[in-house]
Design a binder for this molecule. Structure first.
Ligand code: FES
Length: 157
């Protein structure tokens, strides 16, 4: 009977060891879960706070190709920008985002002005604020010829 008791003790010892390891593993899993949850909570609090103070994560510059040349005095209306060509071969590009609340401005060819449809802010062809609730000029973008022998331009927004 004695050896049997020893065997039982050994089995009990193995079971206890296995239970202890399972407990440690469960504890480690819970600790990892708590860390992830804490990280997610910090992000959930920080993100709206950073947005509120006006912090923006800088975007990677995007190159947009205009496939055709712009005639002197003409313009090209892109989705997020407008490009103009001057009478002497000069070109420039502006953001279409109104500096008031961000609506997209359109170019009025008759008035030769950029006009915001939301609250009627008016900007010159060079992006200078002329009227309306917007307080700032339109931001400009870098624009250059597409390359030697190619027509069109590349705008970096
Ligand atoms: S968003 Fe353009 S004037 Fe208000």
């Amino acid at each position: 009977m004695e050896p049997l008791k020893e065997e039982t003790d050994v089995v009990m010892c193995h079971k206890q060891e296995a239970a202890n390891q399972e407990g440690i593993s469960r504890r480690q899993t819970l600790k990892k879960g708590a860390k992830w949850l804490g990280g997610a909570l910090v992000l959930a609090i920080l993100y709206p706070l950073l947005k509120f103070v006006g912090f923006d994560i800088p975007k990677k510059p995007q190159k947009i190709r205009i496939e055709r040349d712009i005639l002197p005095g003409g313009f090209y209306l892109g989705a997020n920008f407008v490009a103009f060509a001057g009478e002497h071969g000069d070109v420039w590009a502006l953001s279409r985002r109104c500096t008031h609340l961000g609506c997209l401005v359109s170019y009025n060819e008759i008035q030769k002005r950029l006009i915001c449809p939301c609250h009627q802010s008016v900007f010159s062809k060079h992006g200078k604020r002329l009227a309306g609730p917007a307080k700032l000029d339109l931001p400009s973008y870098k624009i250059s010829k597409a390359g030697k022998g190619k027509s069109g331009y590349v705008v970096v927004i």
